[in-house]
Write a protein of this length. Structure first.
Lengths: 125, 125
DNA sequence: CCGCATCCGCAAGGATACTG
DNA sequence: CAGTATCCTTGCGGATGCGG
């Protein structure tokens, strides 16, 4: 049993670490984790802050993150209903890396945009 | 001119840093960068190492990474044709973060799988 | 009224065949 | 060998409906 538990090669899609990479390499997951950086948030807040996410994908992403033990989902049985999402300890350890990505994006934004302009100009010439 | 150049809020999809996050938060991009960690590779090598990637997505991902200045594409005009891909300096700076993700995945694999089992068992009960 | 499950139209992605 | 072109399938986004 556990026969799909191969060696930790992230390039083998049957390997667990590849599964994990697939999740955290998901655009919405990254953005959700980033949004939860400064404490717990309601579903609606997440939907509002993360521009362009559909309800379906947000729910789906949150379920996946919850399943992986990265966020907790707390339902308050009240009127109006309220559902809070918060990073777990595991989630916060991931946040360190993910906010590194955010920082990288901000830092190297100019370089990337310069490269894009260069690349795009090439084909038109 | 440059009217979509808003403040560096990665949650605003019109913002440059969000665009960058969207690319590096892409599963195939992550895997390609990881594969190129130990030097330049040919197209076929990439296709072979990255399990489950289709030609279309590999080509598309490589084009995107090339456009963003993360990889270089070198065509050798020979028979048989040969195309090498290699990380740029920019790409290597990104690799540091991405290999951090890989390490995280490996380290916390057990926790994630435990969480999944717990979560899955919950709904069946 | 908020969170989320469902249905449908469409675009992104996978598999295959073919070209330089 | 490295791609492009062509299907066809999958899965997303948007709207709707409903339960708590």
């Amino acid at each position: 049993m556990e026969s799909d538990q191969v060696k930790p090669d992230p390039f083998n899609r049957n390997c667990g670490s590849r599964q994990v990479i697939d999740r955290i390499g998901d655009r919405w997951s990254v953005l959700v984790v980033l949004t939860l950086a400064d404490g717990q948030k309601r579903y609606g807040e997440l939907a509002q802050r993360i521009d362009g996410v559909s309800q379906k994908m947000l729910t789906q992403t949150l379920r996946g993150l919850e399943r992986d033990g990265i966020v907790t989902r707390t339902v308050h049985a009240s009127v109006p209903p309220r559902v809070d999402y918060e990073l777990t300890d595991l989630g916060r350890s991931l946040l360190d890396l993910v906010s590194g990505l955010e920082a990288w994006a901000t830092t190297h934004l100019t370089e990337v945009e310069a490269a894009r302009t260069r690349y795009d100009g090439r084909s038109e010439r």
